[in-house]
Write a protein that binds this ligand. Structure first.
Ligand SMILES: CC(=O)SCCNC(=O)CCNC(=O)[C@H](O)C(C)(C)COP(=O)(O)OP(=O)(O)OC[C@H]1O[C@@H](n2cnc3c(N)ncnc32)[C@H](O)[C@@H]1OP(=O)(O)O
Length: 400
């Protein structure tokens, strides 16, 4: 007899599971659990649970959100989060069962998540579709000649006053930025959650607001024998114009007593380009949003394509087998049609690699160089790779 059951939870059951979820994320007894941080997300989400008899031993949440894709459309996406299995019930297939329930064929055609560990989600068909640039930079550095900035346009607002202003700015930004997600009230509460555990010795969130952008950040006072060595951790930086980018960075770079800034920016973040010598900013690229195409035939036409395309692709998708097979992809004037076919394939790839390329950040040509796309017709990889590119690299600023 099967020891476990997996089914949809009521909001109350999801709340009841929150100590187990907190423990799974190594934050036992913290206020930082689903009840405190994600209460507003319960109603608008599919909440899933795994049970061993009556005991709750696993959860996953699928939030209904929208994602900006190449061409600017905002497409429905199942945003998977709060995935947890109690440590004494692991490696018995519960995550696999939760993911099956989280990815029904009838659900959103696209699924997205941030992975706690890189090795977990490839097997479920997710590929890394956006990256972030992690900056460590000194303060008080000048900009490249020709860039002018007016930091006097920036105001520090109290949290309650700032939130409606930054929400409106974010909405304008997210309409055009490929990789950006829409945010409900619950998503905002989660994003701006500010417990002492999250602060970790730093200030509560501060809100630096410009007419065309904002930075939310935390400050940490540090002193040594040479004087102030304060740190500033930028939590989110959003600018809707190049001038706002320069003004806000000038403001942050000149805050007294701070010597080091930490910031997770876009993969092609303009910050580096403002500096006269990009080497003063240490940069690392890290994986960010993972994308899974749940229904390829529905998902591919939702975005636009840069160049015309006419190829047959053979896809392998063991977890969502309805995607496995040969697909004729044809795009003209940016719009793609997708049809099942028996024709000989021009190239072959795995569903996770198509997910990685979906937002235009990962080049199929680069995947081919690693042997992950196998070309049968010369030029087919380059053609599809170019068609799938986006103008700028996609970016998702919110870890959910
Ligand atoms: C979107 C998000 O919420 S990301 C957050 C994910 N959650 C966490 O990191 C919290 C701590 N970890 C956990 O709760 C659990 O270890 C989970 C949820 C990651 C995995 O749950 P399990 O029930 O143990 O996974 P399950 O038994 O279904 O494993 C399926 C496969 O994934 C592999 N796997 C599972 N977890 C990991 C991992 N952390 N690293 C590498 N491989 C893993 C298993 O070995 C198994 O491989 P196989 O199919 O080749 O045998």
């Amino acid at each position: 007899m099967d020891t476990y059951t997996v089914r949809e939870l009521t909001s109350e059951e999801m709340v009841a599971a929150s100590p187990m979820v907190a423990r799974a994320f190594l934050v036992d007894g913290s206020e930082d659990d689903i009840t405190a941080r994600g209460a507003g997300l319960l109603a608008g989400s599919v909440n899933l649970g795994a049970f061993a008899q009556e005991q709750q031993v696993g959860t996953a949440q699928v939030q209904a959100r929208s994602l900006c894709v190449p061409g600017g459309a905002s497409v429905p996406v199942g945003a998977v989060t709060a995935v947890a299995v109690a440590s004494d019930h692991r490696r018995r297939g519960l995550l696999t069962r939760l993911m099956r329930a989280a990815l029904p064929r009838s659900g959103p055609a696209v699924s997205a998540l941030w992975a706690s560990e890189a090795a977990i989600y490839g097997r479920f068909g997710y590929g890394v579709a956006t990256e972030l640039t992690r900056y460590t930079l000194p303060t008080r550095i000048a900009f490249r000649p020709g860039i002018t900035a007016d930091s006097s346009l920036v105001r520090e607002l109290p949290r309650d006053e700032a939130i409606p202003v930054i929400r409106a700015l974010y909405e304008r930004y997210a309409e055009h930025r490929v990789g950006a997600l829409t945010r409900t009230d619950g998503n905002w509460d989660h994003h701006l959650f500010d417990s002492t555990r999250v602060q970790a010795g730093r200030s509560p969130l501060r809100f630096a607001v410009h007419p065309e952008g904002y930075a939310t950040y935390r400050a940490k006072p540090v002193w040594n024998d040479t004087g102030p060595q304060g740190q500033l951790d930028v939590h989110e930086f959003i600018a809707t114009t190049p001038q706002a980018t320069a003004d806000l960075w000038r403001y942050l770079l000149d805050i007294d007593l701070v010597r080091t800034i930490h910031y997770d920016g876009d993969p092609d973040d303009p910050l580096a380009l403002l500096l006269p010598d990009t080497r003063v900013a240490l940069r690392k690229r890290l994986p960010a949003l993972h994308i899974r195409l749940v229904d390829v035939a529905a998902a591919l036409p939702l975005r636009r394509y840069l160049t015309p395309i006419d190829v047959v692709v053979e896809l392998d998708d063991p977890f969502c087998p309805w995607n496995t097979g040969r697909w004729h992809l044809s795009a003209n004037s940016g719009q793609m049609t997708v049809a099942s076919t028996e024709a000989v394939p021009d190239l072959e790839l795995d569903i996770r690699d198509l997910g990685a390329a979906y937002l235009g950040g990962t080049r199929l040509s680069a995947l081919a160089a690693a042997g992950l796309v196998r070309e049968h017709t010369t030029g087919a990889t380059t053609a599809l790779s170019n068609a799938m590119l986006a103008d700028r690299e996609p970016s998702c600023r919110e870890v959910f």
